[in-house]
Design a protein around this ligand. Structure first.
Ligand SMILES: [Mg+2]
Length: 257
């Protein structure tokens, strides 16, 4: 069975409330607050767990972060590297890692990364790029706009895909998106879960594939800084200081479960 968010007419559906729900969420800027992991994050994890619902982090961070999440929190799965890798805890309690692109694409990415560093010797690859499997990331905080544009043009010429989050420019080869990662995860690991019982929270352009295709999509209020750049916006956009990042996710999750 293919898990399809368009399995029926959304307009006649009421989003699910209560239990038996999955809350997918981006991490940076959505489950954090001003770059920090606050008590709101821990409260979200605890609240979702207590209600017998599930939190699945869908992040551009590396697979190593996924191992951290699954090791230290009561989470059963996460989707990392912008949808490139699924990680889940199997019935023996072991963490299993499933890349969603081919070895050929993984090799092409490695070769491009060498070429990129040759062309732009001073661009800062993220410290965790060495541990990434299906993508790499550039920390653009100290790069000027002109250099960011040049790097993106170079990626276009080389047929490399990329997306800009609030911390990184992630780049990869092949078909990778948060949406593809989530639909493949659902088809294989949660095939009987109904789409109307699934929510997604995000805050940035790298969440756009989810906003486009996920009916129950929610933007935390800090999305206002980039909302004008989004072609596809979340259906629900939270507002106000009380809905920034993890605070907004916590309030919303409590309101529907
Ligand atoms: Mg984010």
């Amino acid at each position: 069975m293919i898990w399809d968010l368009h399995q029926t007419t959304w307009d006649v559906w009421c989003p699910g409330y209560g239990s038996n729900m999955i809350f997918f969420s981006d991490f940076d800027g959505t489950l954090t607050l001003d770059g920090h992991l606050t008590k709101d994050f821990f409260e979200i994890v605890e609240y979702v767990h207590e209600k017998n619902n599930e939190l699945i982090i869908v992040s551009g961070r590396s697979v190593s972060w996924g191992h951290f999440f699954l090791t230290h929190f009561p989470l059963k799965a996460c989707i990392m590297e912008g949808g490139g890798v699924i990680l889940y805890v199997d019935e023996r309690g072991e963490i299993v890692q499933e890349p969603l692109i081919t070895l050929l694409e993984i090799d092409r990415l490695a070769a491009f990364t060498v070429k990129l560093q040759h062309h732009f010797p001073n661009i800062p690859l993220s410290a965790d790029s060495f541990g990434r499997l299906t993508d790499r990331a550039i920390e653009f905080k100290f790069m000027d706009e002109e250099l960011i544009d040049d790097v993106m043009k170079f990626m276009d010429q080389e047929n490399i895909n990329y997306s800009k989050s609030n911390v990184h420019i992630n780049f990869w080869c092949g078909e990778v998106s948060k949406y593809l990662g989530v639909t493949q995860f659902m088809a294989k690991h949660r095939p009987i879960k109904e789409a109307k019982n699934c929510w997604f929270f995000g805050d940035a352009p790298n969440d756009e594939s989810m906003f486009e295709l996920f009916y129950n999509s929610v933007g935390v209020s800090n999305i206002k800084h980039c909302i004008h750049r989004l072609k596809f916006k979340p259906r629900i956009i939270l507002e106000g200081d009380e809905n920034v990042g993890a605070k907004g996710v916590l309030r919303y999750v409590k309101s529907v479960s």
